[in-house]
Structure formats: C-alpha cells, structure tokens
Design a protein around this ligand. Structure first.
Ligand SMILES: NC(=O)c1ccc[n+]([C@@H]2O[C@H](COP(=O)([O-])OP(=O)(O)OC[C@H]3O[C@@H](n4cnc5c(N)ncnc54)[C@H](O)[C@@H]3O)[C@@H](O)[C@H]2O)c1
Length: 338
C-alpha cells in the first residue's frame, strides 16, 4: 500500500496524540518532526521513533521526506504554517481553532487552493462513533425533524485539566480566545454539521469578553437559517473531579430525543427516547478513535484524490461564528451572519 509521508510541526501536547494515532495507520508514515525548541523535537522523535528532526519547519518543507504536515503549532502560528506548507506543495491537516481571524482563515484557504493542496481542518470529533451515530439518528429520520441542539464541554481549567507544553494559551493575542475558541470550535463545527445549515444569528454571554483576558465561561445561542436552534455552554472553571471534563450533546427532534453524556474517564453514553416510549434506551453504536479516523481519512483523501469531510471552508465558518459570538458579548447585540 502506498503510504503518505507526514511531518509534524509543533511537538507539543496535541502532537503526541496525533503521532500515536498516525503510528497505527497503514496508509501513513511519520517521517519527520519539527519544533522550534530543539529539545522538544528530539525528545518527541526519540519517544515516537521518528527518523528525521528539524528545528526550522521551512527547511523540512523543502525536502522530499514529507508529502504532508500535521500543523500542531499554537493558534497564532496556524496561518503562517499553512501558507508556507501550501506554497511548498505539502498537504495540511491543521489544528483548531482554524485561525484567530477571518482574514487569516480566508488566506489559508486561498493559498491552499492556488497551490492545489488539501487543507483539512482537524475537527476530529466528527469522525468519532458517537457523532456518526448522532448524524445517523437525524438522517435516518429516527428522531424526526431536528428542532434544537444543546451542548456542553466544561472542565476545571488550563493547568488543571489541559497542559500545553508552552505558555501561549494564557495570552489572548496568541490564543485568540479562551474556552469558546478552544472547545466551542469543536461543538460549533458539529452543530453546523448536524443542523446542515449556516448560522443565521447568534447571541452570546461570555465572561471576560473585551477585557483582554481569555474567557473562562461562554454561553452561546444560535439560530440556523433552516430554523434549528442551538445552545452551547463551554467552561474552564467548572468544579469537577480530577481529570474530568463534562461533555454533553442533546438533540431534540419532533419524534425523539438523543442524550449523549460522558466525562472523559468513560466512553460516551448514548441514549434515545422516541414519542410514546416509557423510558430511555441505550443506543448501540461503535466508538471510534477520532484522531485515528481523521488522520486515516486525511491520507485516503490525498492518496485517492478525494475532498476531505472537514475542509478549510468548515474552518472559515467556525472562525466566523466564534468571532460573531465575541462581538455579540461585547456589544450586547445579536449578530446576523450573511
Ligand atoms: N483537538 C483538540 O482537542 C486539541 C487539544 C489540545 C490542543 N489542540 C490544539 O493544538 C494546537 C497546539 O496545542 P498544544 O496544546 O499541543 O500546544 P503546545 O504548546 O503543547 O505545543 C505547541 C508546540 O509547537 C511548538 N512551536 C511553536 N512555534 C513553532 C514553530 N514556528 N515551528 C515549530 N514548532 C513550533 C512549540 O515549541 C510547542 O512545542 C493548538 O492550536 C491547540 O488549540 C487541539
């Protein structure tokens, strides 16, 4: 089988998860890694048995050692890495949040398109079993016409729950946002994908909005163009048992309701109730490792010349919604998107 040769840029926290998944793939070979902090790059390469190490990603991009990159750099670097990789004709799987501004997001897509490379947004949740099962419940008509979506992702905060290797996360000018940009990015993509519609308008309440500090709590209400309503709740200041992140997804349809709940120490519990049922039923589904499936899909798309399931355009739409939510919170006004 032909294998996609991949180089990782940014050998930090998320890169390790992505590399572990890549190592299990039959269609991918991890051939190089790069980090500006030399020690990070070498430690990572030794731990994950990767043969080539760089400290300048532009040097790595000029070699034939790689066909594609996983962009695992901090948020403020996403644009530059994507643009440079695309110009070097390397395909890119880039972490979320896709970009910190809409201009950055648009430029990333334009340059990828001009250079005819695949730019896939790393919205790995879409590939997970519970998300595929939610999509199936909607598309099969099992819960009837979808009316409302509610989500939650909340944990005890940066440094308690999630540990980036470097310090960019607490600086708003580098991170671009707090819990909304970080965790909301996943759910906003999922909600749009499940609603199968673009955002019409958005209202948000966000603590710290406009203060120059990344927010710890955000509640966002959305109406999609097709009338579906959605609410997301994301938090970095939720009291939770050690290592626990509360995750919830609720789908309200005309004929049924879906509740998915989990806390990271356990697999998602997927329950369904249909009109007339006297109790909840556990819904059978197979959980899938999101990183494994996302990276396999990335390589398949490149090797088989297919369009990815999560594109740069999906990245643009998520950035657009995040920025509209910040604007709504600061101005106190509902934001309408085209
Ligand atoms: N999908 C998810 O659930 C998830 C979870 C955590 C983080 N992330 C995302 O992954 C990205 C990285 O986060 P992290 O937690 O791994 O951060 P991190 O700080 O742990 O790692 C980033 C690494 O990039 C390196 N780096 C910075 N500039 C570089 C450059 N110019 N060239 C090469 N290397 C460079 C840093 O030295 C560091 O080692 C962020 O965008 C974050 O939002 C996604």
């Amino acid at each position: 089988m032909k294998k996609l040769k991949v180089g990782i840029i940014g050998c930090g926290t998320i890169a390790e998860g992505q590399a572990i998944a890549a190592k299990q793939l039959k269609n991918t070979e991890l051939t190089a890694v790069c980090d500006v902090i030399e020690e990070n790059a070498w430690e990572f390469a030794r731990k994950l048995n990767v043969p080539n190490v760089f400290t300048d990603y532009k040097e790595m991009l000029q070699t034939d050692l790689i066909d594609a990159v996983y962009n695992c750099t901090p948020n403020f670097m996403h644009r530059q890495v994507v643009v440079d990789a695309a110009k070097a004709k390397k395909h890119i799987l880039t972490q979320k949040p896709f970009a910190n501004t809409l201009e950055e997001a648009q430029e990333m897509c334009e340059v990828a398109s001009e250079n005819k490379v695949i730019l896939q947004s790393a919205f790995f949740e879409r590939f997970r079993g519970y998300c595929q099962a939610m999509k199936k419940c909607i598309e099969s008509g099992e819960i009837g016409k979808l009316k409302m979506i509610k989500t939650q992702m909340s944990h005890a905060g940066i440094g308690d729950f999630y540990y980036p290797k470097t310090k960019w996360f607490h600086d708003l000018s580098l991170a671009g946002g707090g819990c909304l940009a970080d965790m909301g990015a996943h759910h906003l993509d999922l909600m749009r994908w499940l609603a199968q519609s673009e955002v019409k308008c958005i209202d948000a309440q966000i603590d710290e909005a406009g203060t120059g500090i990344p927010e710890k709590n955000a509640i966002v209400n959305i109406t999609y163009q097709n009338g579906i309503m959605a609410q997301g709740h994301w938090s970095f200041s939720t009291i939770a048992p050690e290592g626990v992140c509360y995750d919830k997804f609720e789908l309200y349809g005309e004929k049924g309701t879906v509740f998915v709940t989990w806390d990271r120490n356990n697999a998602p519990r997927f329950q369904i109730v249909k009109k007339g049922d006297l109790q909840w039923t556990d819904y059978p589904y197979e959980e899938i490792d999101g990183f494994f499936a996302m990276e396999k899909h990335f390589a398949d798309c490149i090797l088989q010349h297919r369009k990815p399931m999560t594109t740069g355009y999906d990245g643009i739409k998520s950035v657009e919604t995040i920025l509209a939510a910040y604007k709504s919170a600061v101005t106190g006004e509902r934001q309408y998107l085209e």
